[in-house]
Design a binder for this molecule. Structure first.
Ligand code: UD1
Ligand code: MG
Length: 449
């Protein structure tokens, strides 16, 4: 395969998002838009990536670099063509084919970039386009009688007839690097926005006698996100894709439209998911597990045949082994729960280990934080923690030990012992009867007045 490099334009201010955050750092299915674009380029075999950013976009650069991209700064932002040209220096030694893309297309796939490379082989330059249901403000792609590109007209610069055209510019170009940068360096800004448009590249190529081929892809794949509504639309399409893939893989869902997945959610076959479950990033659920309604899960692993929820919350570092039951209003964070252990109601397990087969009663709380540091709670295999127990960490409850309901446990409990920390019960025979008689008499006296 040819030597390939990708340029991702991500320096735009994203004004229409009305956000402090750069547009491409907004997440779709829990991953920044930029991450989706980078992954799609790599799926097409384009590994060397240069991301064009604004000067103040440190977070964006750190993210792109963490995924192995190079970053360059475009300052000020004078348009998409000016942005592509900003990558010229960084790629001056590169000899091969360049694919440029806008960074704001979260649904883009490897196939879109492959299509641009295939089309480029014919004429030396290609552009990816799509037929839009509602072309709105997209740049219009006008073809010549040979089906090659005649011109791209930005919406603002287009006349009535050009605006009626539904073939739109997706913003992916492929060309040989030397030619491409010769054109980006020669762009002008004689247009409605006084910007250097990447879309003027084909006109410069034509002066060199090179025509631009057009690859048409599905509209959804190349939808651009410019505002919050488009971000929400992209998210809903991404969810349809992810949920569809999970169903195809043998995951059961009674109400797929209400389940929210992350880009990296791993659900094994025969996992069963009830309605209204949210998966944040970093979740794996093993075969046979049931995730019941209204649960929220992130950074967690759920073992085979485990049952989670309804109304459970698993936070990062929650690891549930096989057959574990985590019930309603139970929160688990940074804790390992071994095989067959149960915490069925109203419990917080934070920074804990729970041994196999242990039973955690309703209202058990691991008091893991003293305002400065986090401390661990260790509960042994087969231990029984009575309801409404506070475990003041650091603390250990030995294998097979019992803790009486309502205890505050601040000292270690030996294996197989019983620990109860509870004030003794006092009884006053007949007290309630006397109390009621007195109160009723007072009430009757008041009502007489
Ligand atoms: C652009 C295209 C339009 C196309 C549409 C597809 C141009 C002039 N217009 O319009 O033809 O139909 O995308 O979604 O190319 N960027 C920079 N530096 C800049 C300006 C933009 O890096 O100076 C980046 C942005 O971060 C963004 C991308 O380029 O990722 C596209 O910019 P955007 O403002 O979204 O362009 P559109 O108006 O959507
Ligand atoms: Mg855009």
């Amino acid at each position: 395969m040819a030597n390939l490099a990708g340029i991702i334009l991500a320096a735009g201010q994203g004004t229409r998002m009305k956000s402090e955050k750069p547009k491409v750092m907004h997440a779709v299915a829990g991953r920044p838009i930029l991450g989706h674009v980078m992954a799609a380029m790599r799926a097409a075999g384009i590994y060397r990536l240069v991301v064009v950013t604004a000067a103040d976009a440190e977070e964006l650069r750190a993210y792109a670099e963490s995924l192995g991209a190079d970053c360059v700064i475009q300052e000020p932002q004078l348009g998409t063509g000016h942005a592509a040209n900003a990558a010229r220096e960084r790629l001056k030694d590169f000899d091969g084919t360049i694919v440029t893309t806008y960074g704001d297309m979260p649904l883009v796939t490897g196939e879109c970039f492959e299509a641009s490379l295939v089309a480029q082989e014919g004429t030396g330059l290609s552009l990816v386009a799509f037929r839009a249901d509602d072309p709105a403000a997209y740049g219009r792609v006008i073809l010549d009688p040979d089906g090659l590109l005649d011109r791209i007209v930005e919406y603002r610069d287009a006349n009535e007839e050009e605006r009626a055209c539904d073939l739109c510019n997706a913003g992916i170009f492929a060309a040989d690097a030397k030619s491409f940068f010769r054109w980006t360096a020669a762009l002008g800004n004689d247009n409605a926005q006084r910007e250097y448009y990447l879309t003027d590249v084909p006109a410069l190529a034509r002066r060199d006698g090179m025509r631009c081929a057009v690859a048409v892809v599905d509209e959804l794949d190349v939808m651009g996100v410019n505002d919050r509504t488009q971000l929400a639309i992209a998210e809903s399409h991404m969810q349809v894709r992810l949920v569809g893939a999970a169903l195809d893989d043998g995951v059961g869902m009674t109400s797929p439209g209400t389940v929210h997945l992350s880009w990296d959610t791993v659900l094994e076959p025969d996992v069963q998911i009830e309605p209204f479950v949210v998966f944040g990033p970093g979740v794996t659920v093993r075969s046979g597990a049931q995730i019941r309604a209204f649960s929220h899960i992130e950074g967690a692993e759920v073992g085979r045949n485990a049952i989670v929820g309804p109304y459970a919350r698993l936070r990062p570092g929650a690891v549930l082994a096989e057959d574990v039951h985590i019930g309603n209003f139970v929160e688990v964070k940074n804790s390992r729960v071994d095989r067959g252990a149960k915490a069925n109601h109203l419990t917080y397990l934070g920074d804990a280990t729970v041994g196999a087969g242990a039973n955690i009663g309703a209202g058990t709380i691991t008091c893991n934080y003293d305002g400065f540091d986090k401390h661990r709670t260790e509960i042994g295999a087969g231990a029984f923690i009575g309801s409404n127990t506070a475990l003041v960490a650091p603390v250990k409850v030995g294998d097979g030990a019992y803790v009486g309901a309502g205890s505050t446990i601040a000292n270690d409990v030996p294996a197989d012992a019983l620990a109860v920390v509870r004030a003794e019960q006092a009884e006053k025979p007949g007290w309630a009867e006397q109390f009621r008689a007195r109160k009723n008499a007072e009430k009757a006296a008041r009502e007489k007045k």
